[in-house]
Ligand binder design. Structure first.
Ligand SMILES: [Zn+2]
Length: 396
């Protein structure tokens, strides 16, 4: 919501007036010099929208403010050009509206278009979010990263490495929305006050690593050749893509990382297909390259890759994981009921590579239980169990 500076205003004053943390206001107005506000200047207040309202017979600004638990000043700030003593029936004014509900609805088929639309809506209300692109898919889609917080503890979450595990994206996006709601409304989540997470942590989220694959699962082959024909061929002639995990070239992005890649290749298919083919060489695919580049650039202190299914958390790789990995996974297990599993015979995954090259905690969290793609009817149960993990990822 945009407001307009009046004589004597300060960002601190707005923070008191709207009950929004000053840091969030600062971060929503990166181009603003806090000490040199000029009269009439536009300032963005996160967590609010300005709702249009048509003045009715008998209305006064004071009464409109009072009925919405707002100060008169708050209304005047979004209406720099109205005369408070003279509003007319039928006149349209703006009224600050605090957002206290989710904008993201995770309980639905969550494709790339929905993701991008939700990100745009969140950015509009929460301009302190940063959303850089980490690169493009084979089909040219932008892969967004969402950044929240200003701290030195760099935590990374990602979802939908595997196409038919798209429910991970809807669960992650719901968590982001709940985190934003708790920050702007200063509400706790499960008794935890989140504002200190914002101060201490820089959360990086890539909610959909494999958008081409996710859209293939939902919408069938893309219009573009050669992929339109190739994917059906890779899928053994079937147009049912519900078992598809790979990217659009039939390469499994979570078998693409240089962490004993040769071992993984030896036990997997040697040609493109719906799952498990690791490609001709590690990091051949743009989506995997984008994730590797991001990870090098950001220097994460820990990473959590969300997959389905099994309600287990993998936390080791070739004994390269640091001792704190076990402490952290025990907390994840405590808050979710998920079972920690140190290792299985599996290589070349994103978390494997992270543990191997950084010697820092990396986790693969297998959410939900059943046959992929998990039905969206599991959403509430999955969210209830995983919420604790999302939170513990920030405080551990
Ligand atoms: Zn997976």
């Amino acid at each position: 919501m945009d407001i307009f500076v009046r004589k004597g205003d300060s960002l601190w004053h707005y923070s008191q007036l709207f009950k929004i943390n000053l840091q969030l206001i600062n971060d929503s107005n990166p181009d603003l010099q806090a000490n040199s506000l000029s009269i009439g200047q536009r300032v963005c207040i996160p967590g609010f929208v300005a709702q249009e309202y048509q003045v009715l017979h008998g209305d006064t600004l004071w009464r409109i403010a009072q009925s919405r638990h707002l100060s008169l000043e708050a209304i005047l700030l979004v209406n720099p050009n109205i005369n408070p003593n003279n509003i007319n029936v039928g006149q349209t004014i703006k009224i600050p509206l605090r957002i206290t509900w989710r904008l993201v609805n995770g309980r639905q088929n969550y494709d790339y278009k929905l993701l991008m639309n939700d990100i745009k809506r969140l950015q509009n209300v929460y301009p302190f979010l940063q959303v850089p692109s980490i690169g493009n898919t084979v089909l040219g889609k932008t892969i967004p990263e969402i950044l929240i917080g200003k701290g030195g503890n760099k935590v990374h979450y990602n979802g939908s490495f595997h196409a038919n595990e798209w429910i991970t994206t809807s669960v992650i996006m719901t968590f982001i929305n709940d985190y934003l709601l708790s920050l702007t409304n200063q509400n706790t989540i499960r008794g935890l006050s989140t504002s200190r997470y914002y101060q201490q942590t820089n959360l990086s989220v890539v909610p959909m690593v494999n958008p081409d694959g996710v859209d293939l699962v939902f919408h069938g082959p893309p219009a573009k050749e050669p992929w339109k024909q190739k994917v059906v061929e890779y899928n053994k002639g079937s147009t049912d893509f519900s078992g598809w995990k790979a990217n659009i070239r039939g390469i499994d992005l979570n078998d693409q990382f240089p962490a004993r890649w040769e071992l993984e290749k030896a036990r997997n298919p040697d040609h493109p297909g719906p799952r498990d083919y690791g490609g001709e060489k590690p990091l051949s695919e743009p989506e995997a390259i984008a994730m590797a580049e991001l990870t090098k650039k950001r220097d994460f202190s820990r990473v959590l890759a969300f997959h389905t299914q099994g309600e287990v958390i993998y936390w080791g790789f070739e004994n390269a994981e640091p001792p704190e990995s076990e402490v952290i996974v025990k907390e994840f297990s405590r808050v979710s009921g998920y079972e920690p599993v140190k290792t299985i015979e599996s290589y070349a995954g994103y978390k494997d590579w992270f543990i191997q090259d950084w010697r820092r905690p990396g986790f693969t969290v297998e959410i939900g239980r059943g046959v992929n793609p998990l039905p969206i009817t599991q959403f509430d149960e999955i969210y209830k169990k995983t919420l604790g993990i999302f939170l513990a990822g920030l405080y551990m």
